[in-house]
Design a protein around this ligand. Structure first.
Ligand code: AMP
Ligand code: ZN
Ligand code: ZN
Length: 326
C-alpha cells in the first residue's frame, strides 16, 4: 500500500478517513490534530508556561513529545510533572521512564513523591481513610496537579486524556443523565483565582490506537503495563471497551461525538459554582468547608496535609530564577 499523500510505502491505515499513510505523514496527522485542538479550543496562548502531567504511560509520554514539537510553532514552554504514587515496582518503572523523557527532551521535571510528601503510599492511604484506592488516588492526583499549577504559577496543566477517554466520560454522564457533568468535560477549564489552575486536554481528538502507533513509530519509551489497581469491570472500563468495538464497526463515530459535543457544549446546563470556595485549611478549591485532599489526609494521618504540600511545592518554585520555571 502507498501513502495517500506522498506515494511512499504506507505503514498505517486510518479507518476514519479511509486512507493509508506513510510514517512521516501519520506522525504529522497526529501532531496537526493536536495543534488544531490547541487553537480551536484555545488551550494554550503564546508565551504560556504549560505543565505536562506525565504518568509514564503512552498517552502522556506522547503528549509531552507532541507538545515539545509544537512548542516552537505555537510559542510556549513546558515543564513535566510526575507524581510518584508509591505503587511498588510499577511506580519505580514509571518514574524512571519520565526521568528519561525529561533528559531526552531537555525539559525540567518536577517529581512529587507521596512517600516524601506524606510518608505513605496510595494503598495505605486508602486503607487508613477507609476509601477505595482508585478514588483516593484520583483525589491525590487532582489535588497535587492543581497545587502544582497554582503554586508554581503555571498557565495551565495538560493531561493525556485521549478521545476514547472523553467519549467514555460523555456516554457515562449521559447514561446517568448528569448533564452538568457533561459540560464539565470540555477540553479546557477556566482558572479560578487562587483556587484552581486551568486544565487542558490537548489529545481529545486523538484516538488511543493512534497514540500507541505514534509512540511506537518514534520508539518512545513508555510503561506498557496497567496500573496494579486496574479493574476491567468498572463502568468506565467496560464502557470504553464497548465504545472501542463500536468504533471498529463504525469508524469515526467517536471523533464525531467529540467534535459535535464541543460545538454544542453551551446547550448543556453549566455546573453551578455557587458552593465553590477555598478550603478552610489549605485555601485551594473545595466544594464544602474542606477540600477532599485535606479530608482524606486528616482521616488517614490525623492531620490535613494540604498546607504542607503547598509549602513544599512553593519551595521548589523558589529554586528557579526570577520565578521563572524554565
Ligand atoms: P488516569 O487518571 O490514570 O487515566 O490518567 C489521566 C492523565 O492524568 C494521564 O494522561 C496523565 O496526564 C495524568 N496522570 C495520571 N497519573 C499520573 C502520575 N502518576 N503523574 C503525573 N500525571 C499523571
Ligand atoms: Zn506520505
Ligand atoms: Zn485543603
Amino acid at each position: 500500500m502507498r501513502c495517500s499523500l506522498c506515494g511512499r510505502e504506507a505503514v498505517v491505515r486510518v479507518p476514519y478517513v479511509g486512507r493509508w499513510f506513510c510514517r512521516d505523514h501519520f506522525l504529522e496527522l497526529v501532531e496537526s490534530k493536536v495543534l488544531r485542538s490547541i487553537r480551536r479550543y484555545r488551550l494554550i496562548d503564546s508565551g504560556d508556561v504549560v505543565g505536562v502531567a506525565v504518568s509514564g504511560g503512552k498517552d502522556s509520554v506522547s503528549l509531552a513529545y507532541i507538545l515539545h514539537r509544537l512548542s516552537s510553532v505555537a510559542n510556549f514552554s513546558l515543564v513535566l510533572v510526575h507524581i510518584d504514587l508509591g505503587l511498588g515496582e510499577y511506580s519505580v518503572v514509571s518514574r524512571r521512564v519520565v526521568e528519561d523523557l525529561s533528559r531526552r527532551l531537555g525539559i525540567d521535571l518536577v517529581i512529587l513523591s507521596l512517600r516524601e510528601l506524606l510518608g505513605i503510599d496510595i494503598p495505605s492511604l486508602s486503607r487508613r481513610a477507609g476509601r477505595p484506592p482508585c478514588s483516593v488516588c484520583g483525589v491525590v492526583k487532582r489535588y497535587l496537579l492543581n497545587a502544582v499549577t497554582v503554586d508554581l504559577g503555571l498557565d495551565s496543566i495538560a493531561t493525556g486524556h485521549n478521545l476514547d477517554d472523553l467519549a467514555t466520560y460523555l456516554v457515562k454522564e449521559f447514561l446517568r443523565q448528569n448533564l452538568e457533568g457533561i459540560a464539565k468535560l470540555y477540553p479546557r477549564t477556566e482558572p479560578l483565582d487562587g483556587l484552581a489552575g486551568k486544565r487542558i486536554k490537548p489529545l481529545v481528538e486523538v484516538y488511543e490506537w493512534e497514540l500507541k502507533i505514534y509512540s511506537d513509530l518514534l520508539g518512545l519509551r513508555y510503561v506498557d503495563r496497567k496500573c496494579p489497581l486496574y479493574d476491567p469491570y468498572t463502568l468506565d472500563n467496560v464502557l470504553k471497551k464497548k465504545l472501542g468495538e463500536l468504533e471498529e464497526r463504525f469508524p469515526g463515530i467517536l471523533l464525531g461525538l467529540v467534535r459535535n459535543y464541543v460545538k454544542r457544549v453551551d446547550d448543556y446546563p453549566r455546573p453551578s459554582i455557587a458552593g465553590v470556595r477555598g478550603c478552610s485549611v489549605c485555601g485551594l478549591i473545595a466544594s464544602g468547608d474542606k477540600c477532599s485532599f485535606c479530608k482524606v489526609t486528616m482521616k488517614a494521618l490525623g492531620e490535613p496535609m494540604g498546607p504542607k504540600v503547598r509549602d513544599y511545592i512553593r519551595s521548589i518554585g523558589r529554586k528557579y530564577v526570577h520565578g521563572q520555571i524554565l
